[in-house]
Design a protein around this ligand. Structure first.
Ligand SMILES: [Zn+2]
Ligand SMILES: [Zn+2]
Length: 275
């Protein structure tokens, strides 16, 4: 079994409400299952709901990979119920940002007066793994996770999971600049699925609508198509939707993407892909 399930698909800030209920308003969190190995990408508010599901599978061992530690990628962790249960084991992985590690960022958001329980008081066993750029980790026999650095203020890692000859790439909070990012092209070579930051429309990114977004560390749906074509990736999932995008606007983004790359879809909460 190799599958990916989306628990949070939004960027920047959660946006609950009637206009976003179809796609979902939770921030970034994707669960990947490779047989018995449980991998989670990012701890946005979607992580809370995944935690509720995992409470029925105790004890759990999971591998939580952070793309980076901006708030929309860590803010669900203090509400992740399995972290409050002794006997669970949580391995956490991420790069060393200029401002510190995953551990210092997670501890920081749980300090008084922001949160009543400190990271060091959590009953689950937490292990922190600082990754270097390009590192590959083998989580179980035949389950590999490889990273590559993207382009984002403070730094970001994209990840690729390989299992039984199939692969999925998780690349959010990044932008290409003039050509498809060579590091992401190498990471994504012949992958089955790309999950990619499509925060903006091409018009918004270029500044034809509002101010130009170059250098802000986010992409648009045409940039993801360029990456799929350069790397030979088969299926493309639009991810990290802008908080201002209603269900209708996300569907419009999906429709425009499919016109140029038919095997594409917009991520929504509850979407499951079988690889
Ligand atoms: Zn983000
Ligand atoms: Zn970010």
């Amino acid at each position: 079994m190799f599958r990916a399930t989306f628990w949070g698909v939004r960027g920047s800030i959660p946006v609950p409400g009637p206009e976003t209920a179809g796609i979902g308003g939770n921030t970034s969190c994707v669960e990947v299952r490779c047989g018995d190995t449980l991998i989670v990408f990012d701890g946005g508010t979607g992580l809370r709901m995944l935690g509720q599901k995992l409470m029925k599978e105790m004890p759990v061992q999971l591998h939580l990979f952070f793309s980076h530690v901006h708030w929309d990628h860590i803010q669900g962790f203090p509400f992740f119920a399995p972290a409050f249960i002794p006997g669970n084991q949580i391995h956490m992985y991420g790069g060393k940002n200029v401002s510190g590690t995953v551990e210092t960022a997670l501890a920081g958001q749980m300090e008084m007066p922001n949160f009543p329980v400190h990271l060091s008081q959590l009953p689950a066993r937490l292990s922190f793994h600082n990754l270097h750029e390009g590192q590959r980790v083998e989580l179980a026999p035949g389950v590999q996770v490889t990273n590559a650095a993207g382009n984002h203020p403070g730094g970001v890692f994209a990840y690729r999971v390989d299992y039984r000859g199939k692969s999925v790439v998780y690349a959010t909070d990044t932008e290409h600049y003039s050509i498809p990012d060579p590091k992401l092209v190498a990471l994504g070579r012949n992958a089955d699925v790309l999950i990619f930051d499509t925060m903006y429309t091409p018009e918004e990114y270029a500044g034809q609508v509002g101010m130009p977004k170059t250098g802000w560390g986010h992409s648009h749906f045409e940039a993801g198509v360029a990456l799929c074509e350069a790397a030979g990736i088969r299926h493309y999932v639009l991810f990290h939707h802008d908080p201002a995008q209603t269900d209708a606007l996300v569907r419009e983004k999906e429709r425009r993407t499919r016109a140029i790359f038919p095997s594409a879809e917009a991520a929504y909460e509850g979407l499951t892909l079988r690889l």
